[in-house]
Design a protein around this ligand. Structure first.
Ligand code: F6R
Length: 611
């Protein structure tokens, strides 16, 4: 986790860094800090959000053309001023910002303690900067060389940027396992965990690869690897609108992102789908396309909301392609020695493309000969780069920590992939294939209609905002949606919620039901409609309060339940794209009414780059 930003050039560094840290706060927000060179190397850091750091800086003289900044999600040491980054070496010569974990820091610390070093924080990062400084002093070498030697002795993950008191034009940055982007401006350079702090100044970027070290010295950039071999930088022009990462009049990023879904789902189909011509093109799946079509089984690895998208995808692929699918939590998959055969196909689904467990699951599957298809939202992210092929979800930057538009984009892309395989294999009738394409094209309009229930949902939220528990129940395609609805509520409103297949209720959860218990049923008119009507009756018989998401025009369920939310009808397989919308809105409004920090819920971070 953690967000890092650094700048060197002809502009004032502090405002660029502070603004960049605010853009990266989604990555962590328990403390923030900045280091500047202004008549000496200064470090300012503070527990809390970037706004607390800004208050600390008020009135300080901050003029500096170079600086590094950090927003933290604690791994080593509790969130406090001392453990906040940047960290300074004991000599005072160097400061560092770090995203990642140095796993052998305890051994390195012992060595440094023996040499007389003392430490003020509990962090692995303070150990790293002293280790670098120690090498630099003893070998009288350049900072770049000291960083290189230090990193060769380090086990773990890192994206770091280091600055030195004795060189006002020098920044040394490196990555392994944590993302780092270099922005190339006109005589100036930017470093950040993703491109969002950079695009206001330049759209020319270099995504550093693992084991690369970038040194900017007096306006010149050189990239080498940790074996000291010089690399030719690959400068890419990125296409990201500033507007896409600002709130655009909404009170929270999450609400903006919920409302963006008609557009983001459309963006993810653009250029890929043309229902009138029966055309479905996925440009990122070419060389391995046949392997995918003829796969004997498919594995899907992911975490959290992306795992829920994987579950829905399992239903798509098994229904249309008749290929067996297994969906695994990446964190379990990576440690349980799963059976993978040469040529097995693995889909890794990840909004950020940086989730450590998903990356590790990919590496272990790849080592056993699997073909990896990455499904990421963040362009240039680590998962997209380690996958053999894949597809971007093109939902645009998702800033709210709770995933919303990335989920619907993941479903859209996986649906297109499933249809494409089925069409090639001949496991779907031509007429059904065309009907599905047409219905998929209609989905943005249906999501727009589903958003119209917002005011009604606010009333339901007001009624249940103090509930201590919620149950979410669905069947078939709507079962993963129940899981997703429960996760959304838990993570942003801190209300305990469980998602279950509705029929499983009788095997345990039914014991929880009393007149205090809100139960959300996703009960649209599909193949399990009659069954779910019975499940609703079972809850009502025990006096539970039922909130039902139903198909427009349903007259049966509304007569039985306490609250009804209508969504437009669509194909059963596409229902999750529509039914998840009211659940996102319900969790959002409850969280706002409980005064929770919707975009930055406690203890969470947007991309989980540690295991
Ligand atoms: C929930 C949420 C998390 C992520 C999970 C995986 O709203 O955001 O559960 O879905 O951490 O993240 P990615 O998709 O970036 O791999």
């Amino acid at each position: 986790m953690c967000g890092i930003v650094a700048y060197v050039g002809h502009q004032e560094a502090a405002p660029i860094i502070i603004k960049g840290l605010k853009r990266l706060e989604y990555r962590g927000y328990d403390s923030a800090g900045i280091s500047l060179l202004n008549g000496g190397l200064h470090v300012y850091k503070k527990k809390g959000k970037v706004a607390e750091l800004e208050a600390l800086l008020d009135g300080e003289s901050l003029s500096s053309k170079i600086g590094i900044g950090h927003t933290r999600w604690a791994t080593h040491g509790e969130p406090n001023d001392t453990n906040a980054h940047p960290h300074r070496s004991a000599s005072g010569n160097l400061t560092i910002i770090h995203n990642g974990i140095i796993e052998n820091y305890a051994a390195l610390k012992q060595e440094l303690l023996k040499k007389g070093y003392t430490f003020t924080s509990e962090t692995d990062t303070e150990v790293l900067i002293n280790f670098i400084d120690d090498i630099r002093q003893h070998q009288q070498c350049s900072l770049g060389e000291a960083v290189r030697q230090a990193l060769n002795a380090v086990v773990g993950a890192y994206a770091i940027v280091v600055m030195a008191e004795d060189n006002p034009g020098l920044l040394v940055a490196a990555r392994k396992g944590s993302p780092l982007v270099v922005g190339v401006g006109n005589g100036e350079y930017f470093f950040a965990s993703d491109a969002t702090p950079i695009i206001e100044y330049t759209n020319e970027v270099i995504y550093l690869n693992d084991f690369e070290i970038a040194v900017v010295n007096d306006g010149r950039l050189v990239i080498k690897d940790t074996s000291d071999i010089e690399k030719t930088p690959y400068i890419q022009t990125i296409n990201m609108e500033l507007e896409a990462i600002e709130k655009g009049g909404f009170e929270h990023f999450m609400l903006k992102e919920i409302y963006e879904q008609p557009r983001s789902i459309g963006d993810c189909m653009r250029g890929r789908l043309n229902a009138a011509e029966g055309r479905l093109v996925l440009g990122g799946i070419r060389e391995y396309s046949n392997k995918l079509t003829h796969a004997e089984r498919i594995l899907i690895v992911a975490c959290g909301t992306s795992w829920h998208a994987g579950l829905v995808s399992e239903y798509f692929i098994e229904e249309f392609c008749r290929i067996p699918v297994e969906v695994e939590y990446a964190s379990e998959f990576r440690y349980r020695n799963p059976v993978i055969n040469e040529g097995d196909v693995v889909f890794a689904i990840s909004q950020s493309g940086e989730t450590a467990d998903t990356l590790a699951a990919i590496e272990s599957a790849k080592a056993k000969g699997a073909i990896i298809f990455g499904l990421c939202n963040v362009v240039g992210s680590s998962i997209s780069r380690v996958s053999h092929e894949g597809a971007y979800t093109h939902a645009g930057p998702e800033i709210g920590v709770a995933s919303t538009k990335a989920f619907t984009a993941q479903l859209t892309v996986m649906f297109m992939i499933a249809l494409r395989i089925a069409h090639r294999k001949g496991t779907i009738a031509e007429s059904k294939y065309h009907q599905m394409l047409v219905e998929l094209e209609n989905i943005p309009g249906k999501v727009e209609e589903a958003l119209a229930v917002d005011n009604q949902i606010k009333e339901i939220a007001a009624r249940y905002k103090e509930a201590r528990n919620f149950l979410y129940l669905g069947r078939g395609y709507n079962f993963p949606v129940a899981l997703e609805g429960a996760l959304k509520l838990k993570e942003i409103s801190y209300i305990h919620a469980e998602g279950y297949p509705a029929a499983e209720m009788k095997h345990g959860p039914i014991a929880l039901i009393d007149e205090e218990m809100p139960v959300v049923f996703i009960a649209t008119q599909d193949s399990s409609y009659d069954k779910i009507v019975s499940n609703i009756q079972e809850v009502k018989a025990r006096k539970g309060k039922v909130i039902a998401i139903v198909t427009q025009g349903d007259t049966v369920i509304p007569a039985m339940v306490d609250h009804v939310i209508e969504v437009p009808a669509t194909e059963e397989a596409l229902m999750p794209l529509v039914t998840v919308i009211p659940l996102q809105l319900l969790s959002y409004h409850i969280a706002v009414m409980r005064n929770c920090n919707v975009d930055q819920p406690r203890n969470l971070a947007k991309s989980v780059t540690v295991e």
